[in-house]
Design a protein around this ligand. Structure first.
Ligand SMILES: C[S@@+](CC[C@H](N)C(=O)[O-])C[C@H]1O[C@@H](n2cnc3c(N)ncnc32)[C@H](O)[C@@H]1O
Length: 223
């Protein structure tokens, strides 16, 4: 799992204890994922708490996630959605790896949210077009983008079609461990993250906030 940029271990511990406790299934997902070599891909529990709150604030009933990994962020949001909307809630969970989504499904089953999460396997650029073609236009309350950084502009374009007015799109890793603020750094991921921050900040169709939660979380609300 990752931790919020700029927080040392003591402050991280304080922030985690000041947040509501995770469900047993979320905790197991986080702890077991921590044993993987790629565990840093998982959002932090404090970011999970923030996203649950965001789902409450927009009263999310239909959500999309791009980048599932072992399922932590999707489950955090889905728990809130199910609490508020029961089995009528739907979270479309897009990932290119059916193996990873298979792992995630184990946790979603344990947490009692598998019935409201619909896995969508494949390149998310195509998956989002598929959701648009399936009629999900202007009906999504919340979308979380946490996959390949160079595709963030494509996810933004599709997301703006999917989101309802007042719906929110969250982009993860927009600080990229500080690289975005280092003028000496230029590579496809860093440049794409700078570009999405600038694009969102200059888009009159949204209200936006760039936050330092986790590794940087960019929030765009469709007007
Ligand atoms: C950073 S991880 C997601 C972490 C997850 N949100 C969590 O909190 O546990 C990124 C995920 O994006 C997926 N991914 C990468 N490129 C993708 C693409 N083009 N389409 C769909 N998924 C992709 C990877 O398979 C990986 O599971």
């Amino acid at each position: 799992m990752s931790r919020s940029i700029g927080l040392d271990a003591t402050l991280t511990d304080y922030v985690r204890r000041a947040n509501p406790a995770e469900s047993a299934a979320l905790k197991r997902c986080r702890e077991e994922t921590d044993g993987r070599q790629d565990a840093m891909m998982q959002i932090s529990p404090e970011q999970g708490a923030f996203m649950k709150m965001m789902a409450r604030m927009v009263d999310a009933k239909i959500a999309v996630e791009v980048g599932v990994f072992t399922g932590y962020s999707a489950m955090a949001v889905a728990e809130t959605m199910k609490e508020r909307h029961g089995s009528k809630a739907r979270l479309y969970a897009c990932d290119v790896s059916d193996e990873l989504v298979g792992i995630a499904e184990g946790y979603w089953n344990e947490g009692g949210v598998a019935d409201i999460i619909q896995p969508v396997i494949g390149d998310a650029r195509e998956s989002l077009i598929g959701l648009i073609n399936d009629g999900l236009v202007e009906s999504v309350d919340m979308m979380f983008v946490d996959a390949d950084k160079t595709s963030y502009p494509d996810y933004y374009t599709a997301g703006m079609t999917l989101l309802r007015p007042g719906g929110v799109m969250l982009f993860d890793n927009v600080l990229w461990n500080g690289s975005v603020a280092d003028p000496a750094k230029s590579d496809p991921d860093t440049d794409a993250l700078r570009a999405i921050a600038e694009k969102v900040n200059n888009d009159p169709r949204v209200d936006n906030a760039f936050t330092a939660i986790g590794d940087g979380l960019l929030i765009a609300m469709k007007r």
